[in-house]
Design a protein around this ligand. Structure first.
Ligand code: PLP
Length: 433
């Protein structure tokens, strides 16, 4: 019988985060202060982030130890399993071997809890009492709510108003974990009140929710802001995924020819890919592919330049691939992939030709998700289905070429709170964009 699962034990949870900055062929461009256009120093970030996070954001140390309480928190579900998708291989009739790392086993159903735990802990030790954040579809909000509960912090989540109404179960999850959830725009901030006065029915946006969370942060004592993707420290925290994968591929006795991840802000992709890119920098051959939605094609159609992280232009300027900070992506079901920019580290790697990028429309991704679910029994998050589409296409190319190929992709989350999106797909109400 072919081996199907590659499981590690608690003692295999990585004890250090891998910082790719130490191995980059060129140093990353620094973030700029929006008022002066000069590199933003640590003091510019102190109003929104605690010291230990600012330190990690600017660090070029290759290995950063994971604090014991964070390791203990991760042991609730880590290490996560690596599976070989045997049924999918057979259904495709491909000589390729397809492996996937499953991050959907976390208590909130996605990889986002890896960084939420680290961020909540680092804020706690810095004396912070409450975290403020934004959430779109609610995956990030539910992760941070759970992490704050674990380390005794309060948590306020500004949730985009349309999602607050359309995704009631994510909201229930945040309430269960003890967070305060406000539909954004809200009456709790000056910016929110102003928008509601102009339009009481304002549906909100991620940009508006970020602005409210930032205003909440800077107008209250002992409150800091937390972000679920894009920034260096967030990508760093996700590298436990790829480190586990390297061990698990060893158990399988194979090494991937290609590593694939979907990209919104870039964190789950970085998590699986960066430890393999370390091998690539050391001379090993491996292709690395980032997959984005055709409706928000940041890497494949964006420009590489300095831009704001948010719509309200409150954040520092980051050197990244961007569609422009006022780009309004259509409301596709993979809500976690609708971001105008891309992590500066992922952007730099793409700019240097170290990674590839492809874009797919959402119908082709749901087709792949359903085929995968029928073979492997897991219903993927709509975000993750982009990685599955790319993995299937790689496997079909291997079949056409009559070549063996080892494919590894990250299944960043499960789709059990996204079944409404599957209903739309089955009823034919899904648009291509
Ligand atoms: C948020 C999310 C993403 C996209 O965010 P990244 O930072 O690019 O990883 C992908 N998959 C799932 C399941 C998510 O919740």
């Amino acid at each position: 019988m072919d081996r199907r699962q590659f499981l590690l034990s608690q003692s295999d949870i990585p004890t250090q985060w891998y910082n790719i900055v130490a191995d980059l062929p060129v140093p990353p461009d620094p973030p700029l202060h929006p008022a002066t256009n000069q590199p933003a120093g640590p003091q510019d970030l102190e109003a929104i982030f605690p010291g230990p996070i600012i330190e990690q954001e600017a660090s070029s140390e290759r290995w950063i130890p994971i604090p014991e309480p964070v390791l203990e928190g991760m042991a609730l579900w880590r290490p996560t399993p690596l599976y070989r998708a045997l049924n999918l291989e057979r259904a495709l009739g491909t000589p390729a071997h397809i492996y996937f790392k499953y991050e959907g086993t976390s208590p909130v159903g996605s990889h986002k809890l890896n960084t939420a735990l680290a961020q909540a802990y680092l804020n706690k030790v810095a004396g912070v009492k409450r975290l403020a954040t934004e959430t779109g579809a609610g995956q990030w909000g539910s992760s941070l709510s759970m992490a704050c509960q674990m380390f005794g912090l309060e948590c306020t989540v500004y949730m985009v108003r349309v999602s607050y109404k359309q995704k009631p179960y994510r909201r229930s999850m945040m309430h269960t974990f003890g967070a305060k959830v406000h539909a954004s725009p809200s009456h709790y901030t000056q910016y929110g009140r102003k928008l509601l006065e102009e339009d009481p029915e304002c549906p909100g946006s991620l940009g508006i929710a970020i602005s409210e969370a930032l205003e909440d942060t800077v107008t209250h004592k002992n409150v800091r802001y937390s972000l679920g993707s894009v920034l260096n420290h967030v990508l760093l925290h996700q590298t436990v995924i790829g480190q586990e994968c390297r061990k698990q591929m060893e158990m399988a006795g194979e090494y991937p020819d290609v590593v694939i991840g979907c990209v919104g802000g870039g964190s789950n992709f970085a998590g699986i890919a960066f430890p393999f890119l370390a091998d690539k920098f050391a001379g090993r051959e491996v292709r690395v592919v980032a997959v984005e939605p055709a409706s928000c094609p940041t890497l494949t159609k964006g420009e590489y330049r300095y831009d704001f992280g948010d719509t309200a232009k409150m954040t520092p300027l980051f050197k990244m691939y961007t569609l422009g900070s006022d780009f309004m992506p259509p409301s596709i079901h993979a809500g976690g992939l609708r971001y105008h920019g891309m992590a500066p580290l992922v952007s730099l790697l793409y700019h240097l030709g170290q990674i590839e990028a492809v874009a797919y429309d959402q119908i082709r991704c749901f087709e792949a998700a359903v085929q995968f679910a029928r073979c492997e029994g897991i219903i993927p998050a709509p975000e993750s289905s982009h990685a599955i589409r790319a993995a299937i296409d790689e496997a079909m190319r291997a079949k056409e070429a009559g070549e063996p190929r080892v494919i590894l992709f990250n299944l960043s989350g499960n789709g059990y709170l996204d079944l409404g999106a599957y209903d739309s797909y089955f009823s034919g109400h899904l648009t291509q964009a």
